[in-house]
Design a binder for this molecule. Structure first.
Ligand SMILES: Nc1ncnc2c1ncn2[C@@H]1O[C@H](COP(=O)(O)OP(=O)(O)O)[C@@H](O)[C@H]1O
Ligand SMILES: Nc1ccn([C@@H]2O[C@H](COP(=O)(O)O)[C@@H](O)[C@H]2O)c(=O)n1
Ligand SMILES: [Mg+2]
Length: 490
């Protein structure tokens, strides 16, 4: 499909939905720039995308690519497979006669109630389906939190009109039957440990007829038809752009070239060896954002993430070329790190990042700034500062794990500039950044760098970062009045 057709189709698609980043009632404007006093509510209704297509057409692959490109959004994937009915003993004995490609094979009522809950902003438990035992493992279900975007994928998700009506965008992955069969043979023999004869029998008896009778007829409901599935990068890029527009969000990294979200950087560089680092960072976020994590685990995983952010931040410092002689007598041309640097932590949560900085930069000087927040979004007042005397000659790594409204960051950066630190010499390191804070800081100080590990959905009415991770300083330093205290002396 030509790109123009895709654009036209996606523009025609997508019913009305509410986005959380509309400012002053406007949306889809070019760049929405909040002021320091602006707040926006988080969105009320997620954007639901249905991805249908024949078995092994590439639905999961397309969803993975969309998720990967929407790295700074909360996206969840719901598979129709999770709603397969469990088989009775009798059906299990004669599993070769069971039609897994018929609409009746799915518990559509449960799928609908799950989707309704998710759309209403409730967390849901989705069972994990095991293709080997043909069972839905309710005990091993995964908890899915409400999100900005819900991707619902499966062979028959366009079959029931009630499910279709929940969708803001419908995508059909259109892949040739022979390609689907070839992929299916490989997948079912390699991943599901099935015998090739069994795979071919199932295909001719159920899979192909069900495709013709139930799946292909639903193609007409699609807003977008993607030929070649995951190989169609143009279509996927356009879909992602459209989702961003519908969410009223823009890729902040494209707006502000000095904003670095480390997981996206990782993804680009490590695409060829898979998405492991991306999922590692997501995994650490999943742990530390969980309100029920133990204190030890919170500190442990927060430290790991902080270390990653610090290492990335250091990668943005200037360096000079340096040659050394190796033990083999050869010359190695490398680089020499910038030595004129210091850290500045914003008391108190910024102090949690000092150890990681010290671990990377032996003997580094670390200054402190204490800013008082008057009310949640009120004026910020500088209470205390102790900075190296020669700070104006140094590159400064400003440490604060959370960038919310941007008010504290603006106060801290303004102080550094008053002390003579050139704007380009400031690198602001944080774990999570609300888009509002990014706009505020980047607009006021376009030449500083921000290095963060995730961009948040936004701020709530109380100016708290959403989804956020709560009061970071309290959780990290154990002052959140929770009774999990276990102290071990050695
Ligand atoms: N464009 C592609 N090129 C090669 N193999 C692919 C491509 N897309 C998917 N596959 C492989 O085909 C199989 C089915 O893809 P998947 O995305 O799981 O399809 P579906 O979810 O529609 O069943 C998987 O083993 C996947 O790795
Ligand atoms: N126990 C099962 C359950 C389902 N299938 C087949 O899976 C296909 C749907 O999954 P996709 O990821 O390919 O969309 C469908 O064709 C079922 O026949 C199965 O083989 N065993
Ligand atoms: Mg799949």
């Amino acid at each position: 499909m030509a790109s123009k057709d895709v654009v036209r189709l996606i523009e025609a698609s997508s019913g009305v939905h509410f986005s959380g980043f509309h400012l002053n009632g406007s949306h889809n404007s070019e760049v929405e720039q909040p002021t320091t006093s602006t707040t926006e509510c988080v969105q009320r209704q997620p954007f639901v995308i249905g991805v249908a297509g024949g078995a092994a057409s590439g639905k999961t692959t397309v969803c993975d690519l969309i998720i990967e490109q929407l790295h700074d959004q909360r996206v969840v994937l719901v598979n129709q497979d999770s709603f397969y009915h469990n088989l009775s003993e009798e059906e299990l004995k004669r599993v070769q006669d069971y039609n897994f490609d018929h609409p009746d094979a799915f518990d559509t009522e449960k799928l609908i109630s799950t989707m309704e809950n998710l759309k209403d902003g409730k967390a849901v438990d989705i069972p994990k389906y095991d293709f080997k035992s043909y069972k839905n493992k309710t005990l091993q279900s995964r908890r899915v939190n409400p999100s900005d975007v819900i991707l619902l994928e499966g062979i028959l998700i366009f079959h029931d009109s009630r499910v279709r009506e929940m969708m803001n965008m419908k995508i059909f992955v259109d892949t040739d039957a022979d390609v689907r069969l070839a992929r299916r043979i490989r997948r079912d023999t390699v991943e599901k440990g099935r015998d090739i004869g069994q795979v071919l029998d199932q295909y001719s008896k159920f899979v192909k007829p069900a495709f013709d009778d139930f799946i292909l007829p639903t193609k007409k409901y699609a807003d977008i038809i993607i030929p070649r599935g995951g190989d169609n990068h143009v279509a996927i890029d356009l879909i992602v752009q459209h989702i961003r527009t519908k969410l009223g969000q823009h890729d902040l990294c494209k707006i502000y070239p000095n904003l670095y979200v480390i997981q996206s950087t990782f993804q680009v560089h490590l695409l060829f060896i898979g998405l492991l680092p991306f999922f590692q960072i997501r995994g650490m976020h999943t742990l530390i954002r969980d309100a029920n994590i133990t204190k030890h685990d919170f500190v442990f995983y927060a430290d790991r993430l902080i270390r990653l952010v610090v290492e990335h931040g250091l990668g943005h410092l200037p360096f000079t070329e340096k040659q050394v002689t190796t033990p083999t007598g050869s010359v190695y041309t490398g680089v020499d790190f910038c030595k004129r640097l210091c850290g500045v932590s914003v008391i108190r949560s910024g102090e949690s990042m000092e150890n990681a900085l010290r671990a990377c930069c032996k003997g580094i000087k670390i200054g402190k700034i204490l800013i008082h927040r008057e009310g949640d979004n009120g004026q910020q007042q500088l209470i205390y500062e102790k900075l190296p005397n020669d700070i104006s000659d140094r590159h400064v790594l400003l440490l604060d794990p959370i960038l919310g409204t941007g008010n504290s960051a603006v106060e801290a950066i303004s102080l550094l500039i008053r002390k003579g630190v050139p704007e380009p010499n400031i690198i602001f390191l944080n774990l999570i950044s609300a888009p509002q804070g990014v706009h505020v800081v980047c607009k006021k100080f376009p030449r500083i760098k921000i290095v963060t590990s995730e961009i948040e959905t936004g701020l709530n009415e109380e100016y708290r970062v959403i989804p956020g991770m709560g009061e970071f300083g309290d959780r990290y330093f154990g002052t959140d009045n929770d009774d999990q205290e276990v102290i071990t002396y050695k």
